[in-house]
Write a protein that binds this ligand. Structure first.
Ligand SMILES: NC(=O)C1=CN([C@@H]2O[C@H](COP(=O)(O)OP(=O)(O)OC[C@H]3O[C@@H](n4cnc5c(N)ncnc54)[C@H](OP(=O)(O)O)[C@@H]3O)[C@@H](O)[C@H]2O)C=CC1
Ligand SMILES: CC(C)(CO)C(=O)C(=O)O
Length: 334
């Protein structure tokens, strides 16, 4: 029987009973392994789903090695290369593929999604909930953003940055539901500092400003944070890009808590060393596409819809796309 204090009409049917929550991660790279491993260590039943065969094999054979600061632990967790191998429905599916893989990844996970499965993205940027809703229905989708960080050090081995880093989750319509409360409890029990929000849209835009601060600029310049934060002209550019984002969010009627661009600029590098590279720069350097369309591109798309000019973000999008394109076999390439 539920002990919830929420009114009955606000309780989503809770079918997970008293057993531990069965959580499947679609995408178990740097962040999926970090959060998945932490939840498994905290007692949840976790499945890591990722096509990286050597990573999956190492985790299954020897456990997931997690380095946090100078401590290293080995976590027993099940990994597989496709959702078809899980064989049961998930209570919670957490999507942590790169944004541009979201649609194909959720489609490939149909077998683990049942009538009471919750699907939640913790990816950076905006727009994932719409993609997920198209595939699984809006009722199943919750939203979240996280300040937890992860780096994949090699197959079966991650550096995790969980301690003191917030994760915020919530229902798209702002209701404080039983399922949201149970998910945040599971996260907190595992040591992931998780808050329940009745304004998850605001949270999503706040996190967007953090990524807008340095993502595009570092991707274009190749600078680590040490370089980015030493050159005032780049700070001016970052503040202009964040200001556009704030103007767009305000025009959209989103209740943001970051209203001073300097706060986003400061927060973006908090606790990170000068040699830190943003994920956008890391993507380019490893030959992958960036999430530019979901980060600066979101500011541009929303700005166009609401008639708010976004020239700085548009320029950053164009230049990053140019860098991506320069690696292709374009006409006239020498
Ligand atoms: N790393 C971090 O610290 C943070 C990351 N984020 C966000 O989290 C998301 C994931 O980032 P991150 O973990 O760094 O990225 P990674 O590239 O390390 O991990 C993504 C993983 O998803 C795999 N993948 C691709 N397609 C599928 C699929 N169809 N099914 C299952 N897995 C698939 C990838 O495999 P393959 O490489 O073969 O494509 C890869 O192993 C991004 O949106 C990022 O912005 C947010 C906050 C912090
Ligand atoms: C570390 C942080 C918050 C800001 O650069 C980030 O999310 C990223 O690099 O993608």
């Amino acid at each position: 029987m539920s002990t919830s204090l929420l009114p009955r009409d606000q309780r989503r049917e809770w079918r997970w009973g008293k057993r531990s929550m069965r959580i499947c991660f679609i995408g178990a790279g740097a962040l999926g392994s970090t959060i998945g491993g932490t939840l498994a260590r905290g007692g949840a039943e976790v499945w890591l789903i990722d096509p990286f065969q050597a990573h999956v094999d190492t985790i299954n054979a020897r456990g997931l090695r997690m380095r946090e600061g100078s401590a290293e632990t080995v976590v027993t967790v099940t990994a597989c290369t496709s959702a078809a191998q899980v064989g049961v429905k998930a209570d919670l599916v957490i999507v942590l593929v790169k944004s541009y893989h979201t649609s194909e990844a959720i489609r490939a996970a149909a077998q683990i999604i049942g009538p009471h499965t919750v699907v939640m993205s913790l990816q950076n940027g905006l727009g994932h909930e719409d993609i997920l809703s198209e595939e699984v229905g809006r009722d199943r989708v919750m939203a979240g953003k996280t300040y937890v960080g992860g780096v994949l050090l090699g197959p079966g081995h991650v550096r995790s940055g969980v301690i003191g880093k917030e994760t915020i989750i919530g229902e798209l319509d702002g209701r404080l539901t039983e399922r949201a409360r149970r998910i945040s409890e599971t996260f907190n029990r595992a040591g992931i500092l998780t808050l329940l929000s009745d304004n998850i849209l605001g949270t999503m835009w706040d996190k967007l400003f953090i990524n807008v601060a340095g993502g595009g600029i570092t991707a274009i310049t190749g600078l680590t944070y040490g370089g980015l934060y030493s050159l005032p002209i780049l700070e001016d550019c970052a503040l202009a890009a964040i200001s556009e984002g704030i103007a767009v969010a305000r025009a959209a009627g989103v209740k943001i808590s970051i209203t001073d661009p300097r706060r986003a600029w400061t927060m973006a590098s908090a606790g990170l060393p000068p040699e830190f590279k943003t994920s956008m720069l890391q993507s380019l350097q490893s030959g992958n596409l960036t999430e530019i369309d979901y980060i600066h591109g979101s500011v541009v798309r929303w700005g166009a819809r609401l008639n708010v000019p976004t020239p700085v973000n548009s320029t950053l999008v164009a230049l990053v796309k140019g860098i991506e394109y320069a690696r292709s076999d374009y006409p006239g390439r020498s």
